[in-house]
Ligand binder design. Structure first.
Ligand code: 5GP
Ligand code: MN
Length: 335
């Protein structure tokens, strides 16, 4: 644990500027859960804050309490920039490199605010003033809970906060099934239940509210798009622009697809390569020793965790798939 937090709740109350909470582009459940969870906590403690995300995010997260208060930087640049200029504190949640918040990164770097990093990814960059970082922790949400317990005051935790934090716990651990799940993760979940969170309700809101088209895309993907290479140890899949259009794909629709490859016996690495037109986005998932983050950093300008990472390519979809198949041959010692 890297804990250099030197402020307390009084400091967050007694300052002259704004408190901005931000997270990585295309925020996922942990990113939005931690951001809105902290927002609700501060609100209950009588402290105003504002969540600003670099981009929009999946519809399946729009039910989160406080969603309607979020500002999207891309959509409201001037307002967001003014907030960043006036901020005394900027909380940077679920990311550790300014490149992960697109052009907002420059504005955060320029701001005179104290930057507080709360995150669980490897190799944090040095842009923060204080940090609460545990590499390999289940989720940023678990760390927000610990940060509040250890540095603020637990008595301002609310059910709304709990629902947000619980969301990050389950989205980043695949509903408590990945290796990053610890007894502390489960204890955090239990504590959240004690303040009113109902797991079945959260699960239903997150995973059982799909559009029919998304379920049909999943069926098509599973039936047609997974190829096994490297003696059945690697599952390679991709989606083309035409396929995304055919199923009216919107942000978040392909979330979780890459995990299905890992459900095949013998598969240790699964990759999903999606042609997003402006760039080819890649998701990597592994079960064991295969270091997805190192592989992605070396070949696809990416990063993340050992067992879950992402990357991108500016080449064509076909060339990216070929490059992946060639690159994987240099990593067979991990397979
Ligand atoms: P996903 O495959 O769900 O997009 O991302 C999996 C994990 O890798 C997440 O923890 C995410 O933060 C990280 N990640 C995804 N894309 C990138 C990227 O382009 N660069 C870096 N450094 N991390 C990424
Ligand atoms: Mn996370």
């Amino acid at each position: 644990m890297l804990d250099t937090i030197s402020h307390n709740l009084q400091d967050l109350k007694n300052h002259s500027g704004k408190i901005v909470i931000t997270t990585h582009y295309k925020p996922d459940g942990d990113a939005m859960g931690s951001s809105l969870g902290l927002y609700h906590y501060l609100k209950e403690a009588g402290i105003d804050s504002q969540v600003v995300t670099p981009t929009d995010y999946a519809e399946f997260l729009h039910w989160l309490p406080g969603n309607d208060t979020v500002i999207v930087y891309e959509e409201e640049k001037q307002r967001s920039q003014k907030l960043l200029e006036e901020a005394s504190y900027i909380f940077c949640l679920d990311f550790n490199a300014l490149g992960r918040i697109n052009e907002m990164g420059e504005k955060v770097a320029e701001s005179a605010a104290k930057k507080i990093m709360i995150d669980h990814h490897q190799a944090p960059q040095d842009f923060d003033d204080e940090r609460f970082v545990e590499i390999g922790a289940s989720s940023t949400c678990e760390l927000i809970y610990k940060y509040i317990q250890q540095h603020l005051d637990s008595s301002f935790m609310t059910k709304d906060m709990g629902e947000c934090i619980y969301t990050g716990l389950i989205t980043d651990t695949g509903s408590f099934r990945y290796g990053s799940t610890t007894s502390s993760t489960i204890r955090t979940a239990a504590d959240l239940m004690d303040i009113g969170v109902v797991p079945a309700t959260i699960y239903n809101s997150l995973f059982d509210q799909n559009r029919l088209e998304r379920i049909q895309l999943l069926g098509y993907y599973l039936a047609n798009k997974i190829e096994l290479v490297e003696d059945g140890k690697v599952a390679v899949s991709h989606l083309t622009v035409e396929e995304l259009k055919r199923y009216n794909v919107i942000t978040g629709d392909t979330e979780g697809f890459v995990n299905y490859g890992l459900g095949i016996k013998g598969v240790e690495l699964s990759v999903l390569i999606i042609d997003r037109e402006y760039l080819v986005k890649m998701s990597f998932r592994s079960t064991d020793v295969f270091p997805c983050n190192e592989f992605s950093a070396e070949f696809f300008d990416g990063g993340g965790h050992k067992n879950a990472a992402g990357g991108a390519s500016h080449d064509t979809l076909g060339n990216t798939i070929s490059k992946f198949k060639k690159s994987i041959k240099t990593y067979t010692k991990y397979l």
